[in-house]
Design a protein around this ligand. Structure first.
Ligand code: B12
Length: 222
């Protein structure tokens, strides 16, 4: 069985070569080899960070970076298609999205699938969703969790704007607010400006917390 480091190298190579089938095979084999979903997501995130570093230093082109992103999107969708097979509706609901102005979305794709694994129904608003739409949907859907991603410090103003509205929701009935994203990896002090209940740096941290027990989810529907 290849080490997790070898899995990451093989996956990154497949991304750099633009080989979708090879990338998918690397991930499928890792899952078949008993690596966990979280191991695999960590490999994929690390590979994308490497792609970002190579792009920043002009060692790969924008076209290569876009191709790598498209492959990873495909792979994440395939993984989700597997997980959704065991999903049952339990009545707990989350909305997931990337904050207005943020077009990065792979992190949220992972979070969405993890919630589904924990039998939490997700409403996925996608990337760059207008703040003005969020509150109406939260109230209409009656969700238990709001989880969103902030990738760059430039996106924090929109997170602050959303926070102002989230703060005004009734504290007894409002959903739990979870934030994450690469912006906070680079500068954790940005969290000071945002209204949230929980911050998790990685999907592994979120998973550990979900594993401990999901009593955090307000059982409004039961
Ligand atoms: C792919 C990519 C893009 C794609 C995104 C497409 C898509 N569909 O997602 C495109 C081409 C659109 C893009 C655009 C841009 N990008 Co870009 N991009 C990346 C890249 C290479 C990978 C991002 C990614 O998917 N990573 C993998 C995911 C899984 O990681 P993640 O989001 O961090 O998620 C993990 C955790 O953070 C956590 N998490 C994430 N969200 C949440 C939410 C919750 C609730 C929780 C609990 C946890 C959590 O879970 C995940 C797993 O652990 C990064 C490199 C990097 N270091 O991230 C650059 C990067 C983020 N981009 C960068 C830049 C500069 C840009 C552009 C400005 C480029 C340009 N000139 O146009 C634009 C900005 C667009 C915008 N307005 O948002 C810079 C940002 C630098 C900075 N200042 O911070 C980076 C770091 C590249 C670099 N090294 O320079 N980008």
């Amino acid at each position: 069985m290849p080490t997790i480091q070898a899995v990451k190298e093989n996956y990154t190579d497949a991304l750099l070569n633009g080989h979708t089938r090879e990338a998918y095979d690397v991930i499928k084999a890792a899952l078949n080899n008993q690596y966990s979903l979280i191991d695999v997501y960590t490999v994929i995130a690390d590979a994308m960070y490497s792609i970002g570093d190579l792009w920043e230093t002009n060692d790969i082109s924008i076209a290569q970076e876009h191709a790598a992103t498209a492959i990873t999107q495909f792979v994440l969708t395939q993984i989700s298609a597997e997980s959704i097979k065991t999903f049952t509706l339990e009545g707990k609901k989350a909305v997931v999205f990337s904050i207005e102005s943020n077009t990065h979305y792979l992190g949220i794709q992972m979070i969405k699938n993890l919630f589904n694994v924990y039998q939490i129904q997700t409403f996925d608003f996608g990337p760059n969703v207008p703040n003005s739409d969020i509150i109406e949907r939260i109230e209409t859907l009656g969700v238990d969790v709001v989880a969103y991603s902030v990738t760059m410090s430039e996106h924090i103003d929109k997170a602050v704007e959303l926070s102002e509205t989230l703060k005004r929701l009734d504290p007894l009935t409002r959903p739990v607010i979870i934030v994450g994203g690469y912006a906070f990896h680079r500068d954790e002090t940005l969290l000071r400006h945002v209204f949230y209940d929980y911050y998790f740096k990685t999907i592994k941290d979120l998973s550990g917390w979900l594993e401990e027990g999901k009593s955090f989810v307000k059982k409004k529907t039961s």
